[in-house]
Design a protein around this ligand. Sequence first.
Ligand SMILES: [Zn+2]
Length: 538
Amino acid sequence: MSGLVLRPARESDADTMAATEIAVLRPCRRLGERTLARRFQRQRLLRAQCPNPSCITLAKTVYLTRMAGFSAVVTTGIYCRPGCTARPSAENVRAFPFAAAAEAAGYRACHRCRPYRWPQSYSWTAPELVCRAISLILDGALDQGTETDLGGRLGVSARHLRRLFKTHVGVTPDGLARSARAHFARRLLDDTELTITEIAYAAGFGSLRQFNRACREVFRESPRELRARRRKADRLIADGGLLLRLPFTGPLDWETMAAYFAARAIPGVEQVSGGTYRRTIVAGGDPGVLELSAGGDDHLILRAHLPHWEELVHIVHRARRIASLDFELDEPASHLARDPTIGPLLDARPGLRPPGTWDPFETGVRAIIGQQVTLAHANTIAGRLVQRFGTRVAGLEPLGLTHTFPSASTLASADLDGLGLTPARARAIGLFARAVSADAVRLDRSIGLDRLIASITALDGLGPWTAHYLALRLGEPDACPTTDLGLRRSLPRHAPSAAAAIDDLAESWRPWRALAATHLWIADQDAVTQPRVARGAA
Ligand SMILES: [Zn+2]
């Protein structure tokens, strides 16, 4: 992994400081680049042992800049996202992994590159606990709960959590939450016609006063002033639903992902046509509809039809997960590019990301139904289950939608006879629903992959395939259902076919096995749907 640290990620990064400084760093041969990088990583950037002091300084800067999403300029008090056309001189620049950290250090957002319009994405290079905490915070864990509650969910004290955040994130958990809310609100001020009060609640603020205070802290202006300065080009015309941009960085192969969802769509709940993925959701107990479609090179368009705007911020964050928009491709792609099996697939589809999900419980149930039956058969059974236990929503027929998916507590006590499920699978769904209701299986990503897998496979009828498949769809980057038939089919002919041997092969894909598995699935799907000749040529 160490080698990755010193490599510029994309062509566009050539504009940032990192690229220029890597050129300076390379001539130092007394300590190899990789060794140096490894030491920096191990020692958390504090002390490196390269005998050439100027080399150390440079390597340190490179590391920080590359790992950080944002750079702040000491002399102007402004912070930018990478790729901004502003070019300050290097000695005045400080790097921050999060916009919130730059704000906590007293910097304000650049007017030119507008960092608040970009996702607060995070790579899984920080300690796992910190990553899980960030993910929970962006999901709204601190809107109602406190830092103590959050720590409790993760099994640490609030004090320890704050200490970890200070070291790795540069801002307290509460500070990160406030910044994320303010950024989301700013986008609503720019992009929509919602009133300022509506925006306060949509972004997860408890009151208009809180919203005003956060805006002044983060942007140094009131919501009213910010709205007055918005740009015409940002406004999306909302007719029948609220239109929002979901920004992402790096490539995204939305077309392939939409086709993947189409093949597995649950009738009545999900529908895919013309590159748009639609689905019903439950927001604050009421039904709604989300539509996700291609927007541009750097954003998808979300059309949200919701009964109210409260908590919109979290609905948007969850919607991002469907297309894995927060999955940072840089590191996994450069890791897997060297693999003889995955490398060529990665070249063919550089924007493919592991498919995510809106509702992990629904995906778990759908996975159990799909054990060892065809996609079409599984879809039919899932449709029957929704007809019987889902909640009917009137008026959505033009979108091809009819129901919301039943909750875990509904299915926990449901009689699943007569749906076409084998008794064993019907029982497995019941067990899964009861375990999720009772919090014995946690699908909020507050626990590590191993614990998640163990909690799922502890249930009768749920094996490693189901557990890893669900974990992958949940966004666990190292989840990998190695026993998957499609995955094994698309391994090259010379590859071993015994399950243990495939596990060995997959070892070299760690910690990014989910992306590798996704590429193998899609390659298998291509092989099934395209003539053999075409595949041979690829
Ligand atoms: Zn800028």
